[in-house]
Each structure stands twice: as structure tokens, then as C-alpha cells.
Ligand binder design. Structure first.
Ligand SMILES: NC(=O)c1ccc[n+]([C@@H]2O[C@H](COP(=O)([O-])OP(=O)(O)OC[C@H]3O[C@@H](n4cnc5c(N)ncnc54)[C@H](O)[C@@H]3O)[C@@H](O)[C@H]2O)c1
Length: 253
């Protein structure tokens, strides 16, 4: 990743923080972005240790003017952009009969519109060899119970494949990673029954870490994945792989 410049959204904590740290360690210049004016202490500490590699900028991914300002900053400071990680995301855990239009609008605005605006703002700075990674979810591969979140992640998956199709001719790759249950601030507040039931459906028998997702994001951003585009890559311990066969297999052990 040496001399490559990458934007990570939602970088203050969770997976975005892990991606920021891993990409900077791999030699990339990382523009870590999130909602707050000041970064989280973890990003601030990493930026202090490595001021040339990690720069924090405030960015609400739903705001096109904020994306335009970020793109101007990147053009002035770096001249070009080699990678974009659309990691920022929110969830709503309401089920089918409780989900409101406001739930659907809120998750769509961040999880789908945010990624679209990000690609639109960053693409003029990208050339052949650049790579975009959109962070989906196993919800985008299944009938996950929180309907608004699930619908938004299916939409993001569609957006990703459409972008990969459109941008291939320019040599720009676009892929999805689909995390399973990852231990982050987002899942810290989840019902313990959700965690336990997910582990039961996961062949590797555990939850994942932010670093395990970051490693796959790193791969997809790097030239090692030069012929990989339009891919849905689960990082879920096998949760999405078995189509329900695990409980059958477990019952017959
Ligand atoms: N944790 C999991 O189990 C899991 C599973 C599947 C998918 N995901 C996805 O992974 C991504 C990262 O999630 P996480 O678990 O690290 O969550 P997290 O809540 O720890 O981090 C999400 C980050 O996004 C930021 N954010 C929210 N709205 C924003 C906005 N409008 N503009 C900019 N930043 C914004 C938050 O401030 C936060 O720092 C999300 O897209 C999430 O949907 C997470």
C-alpha cells in the first residue's frame, strides 16, 4: 500500500478504526473520516504516532457538500486517490411489523446514499488501479430480521455491482465485504440472544474481530486483488455459506 492514498469513512471506532490502523501500517496515507469535529482518542493517538500516514477529517457521508470539501482537500494535499472504504453505517433493529418509514429512510441515507455520494465525489480523483470497498453485511446475503437495515445492505450490494460493471473499463475495481457478527460498538448493544444464535449458525463457532474484516479490506484495496471486481466477499466465519444446513448437521452429530 506504500504511497497509496485511501479514504475510510466511519473511522472513529469499530471496523473503520481497525482499517485505518492496518492500512497505515501497510504504508498507505489514510484519510480517516467520521461525524465528529475531533477524532476519537484512538484515531488521534494513531495520528500523533504517525502524522504523515493518518489524517483525520470530519465527514458526514450523507452530505454532498462535505464530500466535495473532502475531495478538494485530497486534490490539494495528495493530488489523487487510490482507495475508498465506504465503511460508515448505522443499524435499526426494528422487525417487519414495527419498522417505520423513518427507520428505512435513516439507514438508507447513511448506508446507501452515503456510499453513492462517496463514489461520486472520489471517482474524479481516481485512475486505473484504484479500488473501492463497500462494507455490506451478511444481512445483504440473507433474510436478516432487522428489515430496514437488511433492505439498505441489499441496496448497497446492488449499487456496488452496478459500479463495478460501470467502472471496469477505467480499471477501477469495486467490491463488497460482508461482515458477520463482529465485536464493535455497533454490536455491543445487541441482544445477547442475537449473538448466541449467530454463533450457533457460524461454522467457525465464534464472532469476528474488526481486524479480521480490515485484513480483507486491505487485500481488496491492494494490487494483490488486481483482477478482483464485483465480488461479494463474506467475512463471517462461514455464517452465510451453508444455507441452513448447519443446524441439520449439528442435530445429527
Ligand atoms: N459489527 C458488525 O457485526 C457488523 C456486521 C455486518 C456489517 N457491519 C457494517 O460494518 C460497518 C462498520 O460497522 P461497525 O460495526 O464498525 O460499527 P460502529 O458503529 O462501531 O462504527 C460505525 C461508524 O460509522 C460512523 N457513522 C455513522 N453515521 C455516519 C455518517 N452519517 N457519516 C459518517 N460516519 C458515520 C459512526 O460514527 C461510527 O464511528 C457498517 O457499515 C456496518 O453496517 C457491521
Amino acid at each position: 500500500m506504500t504511497s497509496r492514498t485511501v479514504v475510510v469513512t466511519g473511522a472513529n471506532g469499530g471496523q473503520g478504526l481497525a482499517e485505518t490502523l492496518m492500512l497505515a501500517t501497510a504504508g498507505a496515507n489514510v484519510i480517516a473520516t467520521d461525524l465528529t469535529a475531533e477524532s476519537s482518542p484512538a484515531v488521534a493517538e494513531a495520528a500523533l504516532e504517525n502524522p504523515r500516514r493518518i489524517v483525520y477529517r470530519q465527514l458526514d457521508v450523507t452530505q454532498s457538500e462535505a464530500w466535495a470539501a473532502l475531495a478538494r482537500f485530497i486534490r490539494d494535499e495528495y493530488g489523487r486517490l487510490d482507495g475508498l472504504v465506504n465503511n460508515a453505517g448505522i443499524t435499526r433493529r426494528s422487525r417487519l411489523l414495527e419498522a417505520t418509514p423513518a427507520d428505512l429512510a435513516a439507514v438508507s441515507e447513511v448506508n446507501v446514499t452515503g456510499a453513492l455520494l462517496g463514489m461520486q465525489a472520489c471517482l474524479p480523483l481516481m485512475a486505473s488501479g484504484a479500488s473501492i470497498v463497500n462494507v455490506g453485511s451478511v444481512a445483504a446475503l440473507s433474510g436478516h430480521y432487522p428489515v430496514a437495515y437488511t433492505a439498505s445492505k441489499w441496496a448497497l450490494r446492488g449499487l456496488t455491482i452496478a459500479a463495478a460493471t460501470e467502472l471496469g473499463a477505467q480499471g477501477i475495481r469495486v467490491n463488497s465485504v460482508h461482515p458477520g457478527f463482529i465485536e464493535t460498538p455497533m454490536t455491543a448493544g445487541a441482544n445477547p440472544a442475537f449473538r448466541d444464535a449467530t454463533i450457533n449458525e457460524t461454522p467457525l463457532g465464534r464472532t469476528g474481530t474488526p481486524e479480521e474484516v480490515a485484513a480483507v479490506v486491505h487485500f481488496l484495496l491492494s494490487p494483490m486483488a488486481a483482477f478482483v471486481t464485483g465480488v461479494d466477499l463474506p467475512v463471517d466465519g462461514g455464517q452465510s455459506s451453508h444455507g441452513g444446513a448447519k443446524s441439520v448437521s449439528d442435530a445429527l452429530r
